[in-house]
Design a binder for this molecule. Structure first.
Ligand code: ADP
Ligand code: MG
Ligand code: ZN
Length: 414
């Protein structure tokens, strides 16, 4: 007999194959287990609960933090012919009443709610009378106090497992930070949850790190090796983006700067040039990148150490979206470590927060200093296991590093 989840995938969503992780998550939910799914942005988390929702029938409740996110999802589901509804404060009363009638009549498969709406006594009481088969908590990192996206309304969701003891719950997030993940598992599931981490590998991106000596020269020679290709160069300071862009321009490379201190017009003009022309190098602070989806970015070059391994992963992920060979290259030096430590110490934040930030920095430094396959370290951090990749500097260069200088720097940094 045909696999029902595959049939839904094909007939409803029009896809022939599950992405890494989607089938395992679906399988676990159909077997009645709780799941914490950790997958990067764009990996396809929505289908991880939408497919089981349709296989299970009955009603699936989806908790989502933002009305805009819900509306997008519902529009997409309705286009696919799926009965999806939301009840939220941006709709007028009549629309909410009509939605509730459909839900109560059993016509709705997926009901999207904000956490504060779901967790009212009246809503919970009304839902308890319905045939609820699955609960999905999207953007589940919002429950973690340590994360940047903490939402107090999410804390209430820890009551769900007691209120609906027989309903499998799936929590979804792209945040793979170990502390956050443990927090989610503890709060939503009291630790009793199957955690699935998948889809983080970007095998076409070659990973490399080089001791920082003369950043400008090192950048120029790297960029010249990728002449004619589009690339992103990340710098720590605004001033440096402008200096680096000017230096590249002086050496015949089409380069533009981007940082939050520029006028909105200048930023937009540079961003448009980067998006529409090919072969432009964007020299930017981390202000650049959110929502940038340019498929043919051939490389991401870090002239300075990023803030964490997660930030690094996010940033290099902007390269090679077209699946072609791409490169992530970083310059790494002692001064960077010191600078990052100062950043953390100067922050106006609780001691526990700083302790964690230093821990994350240590993890990143470990990645920079390793002689092991970098991809193994990177994926290992996200909880994925992997074989040596053959596409990082350490795999490609098996001769042991005898760079006494780099080592001395690290020792002296302690
Ligand atoms: P996430 O929530 O993880 O960021 P989404 O659920 O929004 O990702 O999905 C990202 C994109 O991937 C969507 O356009 C979706 O249609 C597409 N997608 C998801 N699963 C598959 C699949 N199995 N095959 C092809 N495309 C998929
Ligand atoms: Mg999503
Ligand atoms: Zn490797």
């Amino acid at each position: 007999a045909e696999d029902p989840k595959r049939r839904v995938l094909k007939d409803v969503f029009g896809f022939d194959d599950f992405r890494p992780g989607q089938d395992a998550v679906t399988e676990a939910l159909l077997a009645g287990r709780h799941v914490l799914a950790v997958m990067p942005t764009g990996a396809g988390k929505s289908l991880c609960y939408q497919v089981p929702a349709l296989v299970l029938g009955g009603l699936t409740i989806v908790v989502s933090p933002l009305v805009a996110l819900m509306q997008d999802q519902i529009a997409a589901l309705r286009l696919a012919g799926v009965a999806a509804d939301t009840i939220n404060s941006s709709l007028d009363r009549d629309a909410n009443v009509a939605a509730w009638r459909r839900v109560a009549a059993g016509q709705t498969r997926l009901l999207y709610l904000a956490p504060e709406r779901l967790m009212t006594a009246r809503m919970l009481e009304a839902l308890a009378r319905l045939d609820i088969r699955l609960i999905a908590v999207d953007e589940a990192h919002c429950i973690s106090q340590w994360g940047p996206a903490f939402r107090r309304e999410y804390e209430e969701l820890s009551r769900l497992r007691d209120i609906f003891p027989y309903v499998p719950i799936i929590a979804l997030t792209a945040t793979a930070d170990e502390a956050t993940r443990t927090d989610i598992a503890g709060q939503l599931f009291a630790g009793r949850v199957e955690t699935l981490v998948l889809g983080f590998d970007r095998p076409n991106i070659k990973l490399g790190i080089e001791a920082k000596q003369d950043s400008k020269r090192q950048l120029l020679s790297f960029v010249q090796r990728h002449a004619g290709r589009s690339g992103i160069v990340y710098c720590l300071s605004r001033k440096k983006t402008e200096e680096m862009a000017a230096f590249l321009e002086k050496n015949g490379v089409r380069a533009l700067a981007y940082h939050a201190g520029m006028s909105k017009d200048a930023r937009e003009a540079n961003q448009n040039a980067f998006m529409t022309l090919s072969g432009v190098v964007m020299v930017a602070t981390i202000a650049f990148g959110m929502g940038i989806d340019k498929p043919d970015v051939a490389y991401v070059f870090h002239t300075d150490l990023p803030g964490s391994l997660e930030a690094y992963y996010q940033e290099i992920g902007r390269a090679g979206r077209d699946g072609r060979a791409a490169e992530a290259h970083m310059l790494f030096g002692l001064g960077d470590i010191r600078m990052r430590r100062l950043f953390i110490d100067d922050e106006d934040a609780p001691a526990e927060h700083k302790r964690r930030a230093h821990g994350r920095l240590d993890t990143l430094i470990g990645y920079c200093e390793t002689a092991q396959c970098r991809r193994q370290i990177l994926l290992g951090y996200f909880g994925e296991s992997a074989m040596p990749c053959g596409n990082c500097d350490n795999c490609l260069d098996q001769t042991p590093h005898s760079d006494g200088e780099a080592e001395a720097r690290i020792i002296l940094a302690a």
